[in-house]
Design a binder for this molecule. Structure first.
Ligand SMILES: Nc1ncnc2c1ncn2[C@@H]1O[C@H](COP(=O)(O)OP(=O)(O)OP(=O)(O)O)[C@@H](O)[C@H]1O
Length: 300
């Protein structure tokens, strides 16, 4: 179990992380989200034991996290930090041995992962000869080569195409099934939503949203109704509790302030002749994120 207890990190006068607390248990996939500069990487560095919190503590299985835990942790950092002049095989031997692995075991695992990521032919290629996406796969493999019990992934999906994103998600899920703890950051909130159960959203180092994703959505209250059919937009807009009506090319989205308003919208819809679709859904994580921290965000 990983416990972040009241962790605070100052860089001079700047409060990068402000009294943050959360727990990750075996089998949890935990999303640490936030705008640029919100404090995610600083939190990861504290979790890895690379930075000592100014206040508070980080406990791994009940003890202060530190270098002695390195063999059980896998870390994929945001910046590409691969040694580019050596081959994939040499790089993995280097990283694996830093984690006390035997060369034979490293090479066996490397073969398995190269196959799984469909890059078998790159084993003896220099890192600099690989495309950006393939370098990212190698970076991911270097984080999981030691079969970690705690996997820390800073922006693992950035720049990946949808097929490779899905591949990364599958591997992360496999680690979850084996009982690993996974904590990751991402700006692609639709991905976060599809496979992460628990989230914290940071703003200037403070948690502004936290908890199980389903509960976060219930607490947010606002919902969306998707309609395909002949409706009068003005009549929809006039219903009390309707925040906004958006006309897309093929459907109408009615944004309502709470679940109760759906009944009034439905009462109106019953009076319309041609309705092909009427769906009520909870707000997306992206909408919740923008509502909570979007006033200061230019682009998420
Ligand atoms: N070594 C450092 N010295 C001084 N300030 C730092 C240092 N590292 C980070 N900061 C500052 O701390 C704050 C949090 O930075 P951090 O890198 O943790 O954010 P982040 O959420 O990971 O951002 P991004 O999404 O852009 O990667 C920022 O204001 C940043 O400028």
């Amino acid at each position: 179990m990983l416990e972040v207890k009241n962790a605070r990190m100052l860089y001079g006068d700047l409060v990068a992380v402000d009294r943050l607390s959360f727990i990750i248990k075996p089998g949890d996939i935990f999303g640490l989200l936030g705008t640029n500069g919100a404090g995610k990487t600083t939190t990861f560095r504290m979790i890895m034991g690379l930075l000592d919190p100014t206040e508070g503590e980080i406990l791994y299985n009940g003890e202060k996290v530190g270098y002695h835990n390195v063999n059980e942790i896998g870390y994929m950092i945001e910046e590409r930090s691969l040694l580019t002049k050596i081959t994939v095989k040499e790089l993995m031997l280097y990283f694996g041995q830093l984690k006390d692995m035997e060369p034979k075991a490293i090479l066996e695992r490397l073969d398995y992962w190269l196959e799984r990521f469909d890059i078998v032919d790159y084993k003896d290629k220099k890192i600099k000869e690989l495309s950006k996406g393939n370098q990212q796969k190698i970076q991911f493999i270097s984080a999981i080569i030691n079969n970690p019990k705690l996997l820390v992934l800073d922006e693992p999906f950035s720049g990946l195409d949808p097929i490779n994103t899905e591949l990364f998600v599958e591997v992360i899920r496999d680690f979850q099934k084996q009982g690993a703890m996974v904590v990751f950051s991402s700006h692609q909130l639709d991905h976060v939503e599809s496979f992460c159960e628990e989230v914290i959203v940071l703003e200037k180092g403070k948690a502004v949203i936290e908890g199980r994703l389903d509960q976060v959505k219930i607490d947010f209250k606002k919902q969306n109704i998707r309609i395909i059919g002949d409706v009068d937009i003005k009549k929809l807009e006039a219903i009390p509790g309707v925040d906004r009506v958006i006309e897309n090319s093929n459907e109408i989205i009615v944004k309502i302030e709470s679940e109760l308003v759906a009944k009034h919208v439905f009462d109106y819809i019953k009076t319309c002749d041609h309705i092909m679709k009427y769906d009520v859904e909870q707000a997306s994580l992206s909408e919740i994120f923008i509502a909570k921290v979007g006033h200061k965000v230019e682009k998420v």
